[in-house]
Design a protein around this ligand. Structure first.
Ligand code: FIX
Ligand code: ZN
Length: 450
């Protein structure tokens, strides 16, 4: 027998829309991948309440927003080499760099790209006047902020409950800060993620560094070496209290390692494979930590552009499936950089409960592609994926990245719930609350628990 529709069910699109908007506005998100840091890691941004630490890692404020590497790449599409070379740009002060980007991308043409729009959404969310194009006015506002209180303000405005850092153990600046004072990681608003790309993509180099740090490792990863890598990871998991471990990988990454390519490349790939299977995955399993793989980035396609010169290419999803099958006791967060990989990745996630698809990474973090990917993932995976991470490098970017993504998620959910109600299903507000909580919060925390 059909049940009579009760008053708490939503039976038309307007009611669904109102409920989805309300629920999404109320649900805090855990941002599972950023490059943000708390004030304890130092900040290069001078303000009334903070003295500058030139190598500080906490980036925030208008000059950092304008010099985001996404915008540096856009700058070098519109300036001629006679006007400015990357070399000259990187030699400028941060303020001059910001002014150059402001002039070329915001004043001399309309800032319609997603990264430009993001700066404006950010300023608007802070209540600043985006109408009059007054860069110095923005600077005055930021100079008055206390970085510590500003973290609270940005998190409250963007409804981000927790910020997940990326803590690269091979970054000397960051590594030294942890060694000097492990309590820098104790800010309750932030959690750590140990990052170590070099262990897989450049083992000989990683081995050299580890030897400098007192670990007994060889260029060929033998049993003793693998035990040392496990010890190294265990120590750093503990020191940073990491909640998962992570690497980003090139599009050429294969599992098992490919034996093609010239001698050096094949040997490097084999070493990376051995370190992954003999040390990284066992260390993650021992510590009960998921392992995140961000696959598809080729670094330095245009080396002159520095961090703005990386590119994304298609990668191999069979490798992801083989890894999930061979390591059923490990859990894998995976995101991929090529649009062409997204469908296969979602289908692969249907085969493996230990594979959690997440985020619309970097060049995919554009409304058109977020919309397409989120719909497709929901159609294949229901609510069992993590739709977005911010990848913010500058604290204030949380404001635009999350508001833009929440808006897209809202549109997708309204359509999907409307389709559901068309089948006669009695949809309740509590159902929407539960689903949105899964998507923005609990799919992540549940996957961490295992
Ligand atoms: O490897 C990564 O974590 C990438 O997200 C970054 O390296 C990249 O520069 C970035 O900021 C993308 O959004
Ligand atoms: Zn990242």
């Amino acid at each position: 027998m059909w049940q009579a529709m009760t008053s708490d069910t939503l039976d038309n699109r307007q009611a669904i829309e109102a409920a989805v908007v309300r629920v999404l506005n109320d649900q805090p998100v855990i941002d599972m991948h950023t490059h943000l840091y708390p004030p304890s890691f130092g900040t290069p941004v001078r303000s009334s309440a903070a003295s500058a630490d030139p190598k500080g890692l906490m980036l925030w404020g208008i000059d950092e927003l304008l010099t985001y590497h996404y915008l540096i790449a856009e700058l070098f599409r519109v300036v001629t080499p006679a006007e400015l070379t990357p070399e000259r740009y990187y030699a400028m002060s941060r303020q001059d760099q910001a002014e150059t980007i402001w002039k070329h991308l915001f004043i001399e043409r309309s800032p319609v790209s997603e990264a430009c729009r993001g700066v404006l959404t950010t300023l608007q969310k802070l209540g600043l006047d985006t109408y009059h194009r007054n860069l110095d006015g923005f600077r005055t506002y930021f100079a008055e902020q206390d970085p510590n209180k500003y973290v609270d303000r940005v998190m409250a405005l963007s409804k981000v409950e927790s910020i997940t850092m990326t803590n690269d153990v091979f970054d000397d600046n960051e590594r030294q800060r942890w060694l000097d004072d492990p309590s820098i990681g104790e800010d309750p608003r932030f959690t750590a993620v140990l990052r170590f790309d070099q262990l897989i993509v450049d083992w000989p180099h990683a081995a050299g560094r580890m030897r400098d740090w007192g670990y007994d490792v060889a260029d060929e990863p033998d049993d003793k070496t693998l035990a040392e890598v496990r010890r190294f990871l265990g120590e750093w998991f503990e020191r940073t209290r990491s909640i998962y471990a992570a690497v980003s990988l090139p599009p050429t990454w294969r599992f098992p390692a490919s034996c093609h390519g010239h001698g050096d490349t094949a040997a490097r790939a084999k070493a990376g494979h051995d370190v992954l299977t003999g040390a990284i995955l066992p260390a993650c399993a021992d510590a009960n930590l998921p392992f995140a793989m961000m696959i598809g980035v080729k670094r330095g396609v245009n080396p002159a552009l520095g961090g703005a010169g990386d590119m994304g290419f298609k990668s191999d999803i069979e490798s992801v499936g083989r890894l999930c099958a061979e390591f059923p006791n490990n859990r894998f967060f995976v995101t991929m950089l090529a649009r062409e990989n997204q469908h296969e990745l979602a289908v692969m996630a249907r085969k493996f409960g230990n594979l959690m698809v997440f985020g619309c990474w970097w060049f995919l973090n554009n409304p058109t592609l977020i919309d397409e990917m989120t719909r497709m993932r929901m159609e294949l995976l229901g609510t069992s994926f993590i739709p977005q991470h911010s990848d913010a490098r500058v604290l204030d970017q949380l404001l635009y990245k999350w508001s833009h993504s929440r808006r897209i998620l809202r549109n997708v959910l309204i359509d999907k719930y409307s389709d559901l109600v068309d089948t006669g299903w009695g949809l309740r507000v509590d159902d929407i609350k539960r689903d949105v909580r899964l998507l923005l919060h609990d799919n992540f925390t549940n996957f961490l628990k295992g």
